[in-house]
Design a protein around this ligand. Structure first.
Ligand SMILES: Cc1cc2nc3c(=O)[nH]c(=O)nc-3n(C[C@H](O)[C@H](O)[C@H](O)COP(=O)(O)OP(=O)(O)OC[C@H]3O[C@@H](n4cnc5c(N)ncnc54)[C@H](O)[C@@H]3O)c2cc1C
Length: 385
């Protein structure tokens, strides 16, 4: 009997996790990834909760722990670089139950776990999907068309599978009133294991000491910018300069770095909401289905969702449409509460007013004095701002 065949679009976090799970269940798996290769850098993300158990089952937990950032605290600084508050990132108990790791390292480790059992095609994308009663015909940018039993979009916020099978992006992305940019610094040895963050009203600038290659994040409040294009780097540089010029602390130096960097990441912070995550034999997982902005547990949810999806398809390969619906019912229980909390977290990271910043800093000082950690404070949400 032929093995059931799955196509996965995207080799980020959800894609390789799903590929590993389906291959273990005997499926023939193909993964297409638009990028030419995987980069081992990226914004730091957290692996925790159900995702830690997934990592353990995949045999990658030790590799993730070895590459963890080991960041200890968040320092809030003023325009002159003076510390206003310092708050541990996680309590000791929380720290034992999670790993913070650059997103690119996480994707590489997951890819290494799956690569021998699945076919990975880089520099490739899906361009058309047509499903009938017993399969999906897929056209690719480069390869000849092929037929699969299921097609899964694990291709992130700007998912091609979602656009092709569910409709235009604007129907599902909700702007969260923030833009974010990240860039890497050349420094090879971090001098600190603290994240440093400087705020002005509606602006936040943070330096994160990631694995010897610090990451800088610029976040600013703004309504939707007319004509915004997440691929237009010249536009991104103009928006950054307009938002951050004149700022204190390390703003001038870091803004220069961002404006000359070839690898500047810039996007609107958005939430993804769809009434259903599958249509027949085509489904979505990770950010493409339910991004909770960068403030949620996106990576952990991507891993946990991919594992649940693999379980359901493995249990019922003869009726993939039913398996995909069961996956959605199970996994929405995790994503719905996280999406609700994300807006509150943004108020603490990027308060809109000077009063909001002062109140947030006061709460942070009090919170850390009583032994509280930043993660718990973010989860509590909007008390300060
Ligand atoms: C600045 C920033 C900070 C963040 N901070 C955190 C954090 O602290 N904690 C946390 O848990 N999460 C964080 N996240 C979110 C986290 O990175 C995502 O939720 C997570 O990566 C989602 O995994 P995914 O596999 O769904 O998508 P992704 O990791 O985005 O992977 C999607 C993959 O699909 C590929 N792709 C895209 N289009 C196509 C196409 N047409 N064809 C083929 N392949 C395609 C992409 O190249 C990529 O490899 C942050 C995100 C950002 C942007």
């Amino acid at each position: 009997m032929n093995r059931p065949a799955a196509l996965i679009s995207g080799a980020g976090v959800a894609g390789p996790t799903l590929a590993w799970g389906l291959a273990r269940a005997g499926w023939a798996v193909t993964v297409v990834e638009r990028a030419r290769d995987l980069r081992s850098s990226g914004n730091p993300v957290d692996v925790r909760g159900a995702a830690l158990q997934v990592a353990e089952r995949m045999g990658v937990l030790d590799a993730l722990r070895r590459s963890g950032t080991r960041v200890r605290a968040v320092q809030l600084v003023d325009g002159a670089g003076r510390q206003l508050a310092r708050i541990p990132t996680a309590s000791r108990r929380e720290a034992e139950r999670q790993v913070e790791i650059p997103r690119g390292v996480l994707a590489s480790v997951l890819y290494e776990a799956a690569r021998d059992d699945a076919e990975f095609l880089f520099d490739e994308s899906v361009v058309a999907l047509a499903q009938d009663g017993d399969g999906v015909e897929v056209a690719f940018e480069r390869d000849a068309p092929r037929r699969f039993d299921v097609v899964i979009g694990a291709d992130g916020l700007h998912s091609a599978v979602r656009r092709l099978a569910f409709g235009p992006e604007d129907d599902f992305l909700r702007h969260m009133g923030l833009y974010v940019a990240t860039v890497f610094l050349a420094e090879s040895t971090p001098v600190s294991r603290d994240v440093q963050m400087y705020n002005r009203p509606g602006r936040a600038l943070a330096v994160h000491p990631v694995l010897g290659r610090p990451t800088v994040a610029f976040m600013f409040r703004s309504p939707v910018v007319p004509g915004f294009d997440h691929r237009d780097t010249a536009q991104h540089r103009r928006l950054l300069v307009a938002a951050f010029a004149g700022g204190g602390w390390r703003t001038p130096e870091l803004l220069d770095r961002a404006c000359s960097a070839p690898d500047l990441f810039f996007d609107a912070v958005a939430e993804v909401r769809l009434p259903a995550w599958s249509v027949g034999r085509i489904a979505l997982v990770g950010d493409s289905a339910a991004a909770a902005s960068f403030l949620g547990d996106g990576s952990s949810l991507a891993m946990a969702g991919a594992a649940t999806l693999a379980e359901e398809l493995a249990a019922d390969p003869g009726d993939p449409a039913a398996a995909l619906r069961r996956y959605e019912v199970r996994h929405r229980r995790r994503t719905d509460p996280v999406q609700r909390a994300a807006t509150r977290g943004s108020r603490l990271l990027v308060p809109a007013t000077a009063g909001g910043i002062a109140a947030r800093n006061a709460v942070a000082r009090l919170w850390s004095a009583t032994g509280g950690a930043a993660q718990a404070l973010l989860a509590r949400g909007n008390a300060a701002a």
